[in-house]
Design a protein around this ligand. Structure first.
Ligand SMILES: *Cc1c(COP(=O)(O)O)cnc(C)c1O
Length: 331
């Protein structure tokens, strides 16, 4: 860049081309974590999170002297004892990937507040259409706009939402780490967000119908979907969500190869590890999104050989169901 402030067009074009690679929700999470947790500080991460988040906290931030305690969904009762006077942030997704676990935002935020920690929720799966974590006590909310905000599987972007006061230190890091989004990319989620409620509500309805139907299929041992939750999970869903979302996972009693054969027979679903687009996507968490996890840890988290994650798009629900039934029933 030229020092007099004017930009040489070729340099500018090259700089803009580089932008999308770093401007994602991972960039947002990095800025958020680094804004609040410094050398010697502590973060708590609950439940299953995006693989990049695991690595960012467990590897990159650890190298900077910022420690993270990871608690699985079935270890949540250990949260009070995990909080210390160096805990700055409690971070979690709800619903989570790929188990669709739900966490009580209000109860967790209350606990975090007892040590002055902020609660940060990754709301990517629910979207603001189905859930508003700030209304339930969260301090900051992040979304991968790569998913539902963009909605068409054609961009990479991320966003963080909170009060001006809470955002100020994050905005400083965003600027100084060079995380600015290119204007022509920024205009795409800005356009797509106008249809977010229409898309998400349709996807809610379709995913709920598909989850209900698949729950009775003889080859399926479990369907994970917030709309099918029972007991305490149902209470949480009813309290903080307006819809179950467009993502579900199903579990077959099958090997990785047998599960892959089912996935390969699908004709409408694209095989891709993303989610939240208008086109339905399917992935096997064990070979894609959660491949990097230690097998024993994966097993403890219920991410099995027979698990398939579905991101329901905006195709006709009956067509999607017929596609799934055919793939499951064919030999
Ligand atoms: C995809 C995803 C991310 C990462 O998003 P990018 O925008 O690709 O960085 C983080 N969290 C969740 C829940 C996701 O689904």
């Amino acid at each position: 860049m030229e020092s007099d402030g004017r930009l040489d067009p070729a340099t500018l074009a090259a700089a803009l081309d580089d932008q999308p690679a770093i401007v994602s929700v991972m960039a947002t999470e990095a800025a958020t974590f680094l804004a609040y947790a410094h050398f010697g500080d502590h973060i708590i991460c609950l439940g299953d999170v995006y693989g990049g988040t695991f690595e960012l906290l467990g590897v990159n931030l650890a190298q900077l002297g910022i420690s993270t305690t990871f608690l699985r969904a079935d270890e949540l009762d250990r949260l009070p004892e995990a909080l210390t006077d160096r805990t700055r942030l409690v971070f979690f997704e709800t619903p989570t990937n790929p188990n669709l676990d739900v966490f009580d935002i209000h109860a967790i935020a209350e606990l975090a507040r007892t040590v002055g920690a902020l609660t940060v929720v990754d709301n990517t799966f629910a979207t603001p259409v189905n859930q508003n974590p700030l209304h339930h006590g969260a301090d900051l909310v992040v979304h991968s706009a790569t998913k539902y905000f963009g909605g068409h599987s054609d961009l990479t972007a991320g966003t963080v939402i909170g009060s001006a006061e809470h955002l100020a230190p994050i905005m400083m890091l965003r600027k100084n780490l060079g995380q600015m989004i290119a204007p022509e990319i920024a205009s795409q989620p800005a356009r797509s967000i106008r249809s977010l409620p229409v898309r998400v509500r349709t996807q809610n309805d379709s995913a709920a119908a598909i989850a209900t139907h698949l729950a009775t299929h003889p080859r399926i041992t479990r369907v994970n979907y917030p709309g099918l939750a029972t007991g305490e999970a149902k209470r949480i869903v009813d309290t903080q969500m307006r819809g179950g979302g467009g993502i579900l996972s199903i579990v077959l009693d099958a090997t990785v190869a047998e599960t892959a054969a089912v996935v390969d027979r699908l004709r409408i679903f694209f095989i891709a590890p993303s989610l939240g687009g208008v086109e339905s996507l399917v992935t096997q968490p064990i070979t894609t999104t959660h491949h990097g996890l230690d097998p024993a840890e994966r097993a403890r988290r219920g991410i099995t050989d027979g698990m398939i994650r579905l991101s329901i798009g905006r195709e006709d629900t009956d067509d999607l169901l017929a596609d799934l039934t055919h793939a499951l029933d064919a030999e």
